[in-house]
Design a protein around this ligand. Structure first.
Ligand SMILES: NC(=O)C1=CN([C@@H]2O[C@H](COP(=O)(O)OP(=O)(O)OC[C@H]3O[C@@H](n4cnc5c(N)ncnc54)[C@H](O)[C@@H]3O)[C@@H](O)[C@H]2O)C=CC1
Ligand SMILES: O=C(O)C1=N[C@H](C(=O)O)C[C@H](O)C1
Length: 267
């Protein structure tokens, strides 16, 4: 039995992970946290997320409950994830991190922590996107030199980071496949008299609005044809199930930094 704590348990993702955890007979929810001052602190998390009483009370003190768990699942925000990771590192607990938007320096801190604890981190935990990452690598290797590559992502109006973690991961996978340095070739905005498109650039564009769960399209534009590859998430449950699968997979692993390709056996 793998014992999990969901941090940020009333959030859009945290609430679905918490609710769906009851479907996994080999997972046990032993804790749920929220930020300090949250008005539901002290209430049963099950009644908040719609699965009935769980006898797990929402708390803002991860430090008091962490010793009970095997894995912490974290879809919160950059600063809070880094704080949770510090505690997980001290108490030797595994983590599944879904939070996006980390800088290179912050990823460096996560890599450092993963020398002592196992961490699964992925900007998108759906099966579809992770399979797509593999396919994109193959297509980019074949078409990358001749075709113009553009990525467009759409998310709900409440999303804080841009471009999405998934779009950035796609851009990294593609730029590695075509041997380009993403820092040199990424184009995030176009306005004014910008001149002709350069051959090597990779466009990464963001749109935001309404309640879009998450959509990503990669375009390979050629002469006389184009390929468009789109992934559309219609429910956050696809990410939540991925996170729960990752928690089962990472429990009891040796220290290291893993991603969903490892969890899904796609490497
Ligand atoms: N990897 C993946 O598959 C996915 C990743 N995400 C990412 O997950 C993150 C969260 O997204 P949402 O759930 O939409 O956001 P949200 O804002 O609905 O949820 C975040 C929750 O964390 C809580 N929180 C903040 N600080 C906390 C602390 N110190 N301790 C405990 N709880 C704390 C907030 O109160 C909130 O309830 C974002 O970075 C998003 O990009 C979202 C969907 C899928
Ligand atoms: O914030 C979101 O909602 C999502 N974030 C992830 C990202 O930044 O890629 C994954 C998903 O598309 C939803």
């Amino acid at each position: 039995m793998t014992k999990i704590i969901v941090v940020g348990a009333t959030g859009r993702m945290g609430s679905r992970i918490t609710a769906l955890s009851k479907d996994y007979h080999d997972l046990k929810l032993v804790g749920a946290t929220e930020r300090k001052g949250h008005d539901a602190i002290g209430r049963d998390i099950g009644t908040i997320v719609g699965i009935g009483e769980t006898n797990v009370k929402l708390t803002d003190r991860l430090e008091d409950i962490i010793d009970n768990c095997d894995v912490i699942i974290d879809f919160t925000s950059i600063n809070s994830t880094l704080q949770h990771m510090k505690l997980a590192h001290e108490r030797k607990k595994a983590m599944v991190i879904g939070t996006t938007g980390f800088s290179k320096e912050e990823i460096g801190h996560i890599e450092e922590a993963s020398k002592n604890i196992p961490i699964v981190i992925a900007p998108n935990m759906s099966v579809g996107v992770n399979l797509l990452l593999k396919v994109l690598q193959d297509i980019a290797k074949v078409l990358g030199d001749e075709y113009d590559i553009e990525i467009v992502e759409a998310h709900h109006r409440l999303k804080k980071d841009a471009p999405s973690g998934t779009a950035m991961k796609m851009a990294h996978v593609i730029s590695n496949a075509v041997n380009r340095d993403l820092d040199e070739v990424a184009v995030y905005t176009r306005k004014g008299l910008i001149g002709e498109r350069t051959k090597k650039e990779i466009g990464i564009q963001t749109i935001r609005g309404g309640d879009v769960v998450g959509e990503h399209t990669v375009f390979f534009f050629g002469l006389g044809e184009r390929i468009e590859i789109t992934h559309k998430a219609s429910s956050r449950d696809t990410f939540a199930r991925g996170a729960l699968k990752a928690a089962l997979w990472v429990s009891g692993r040796t220290s290291g930094l893993y991603d969903m390709q490892d969890v899904l056996g796609l490497k």
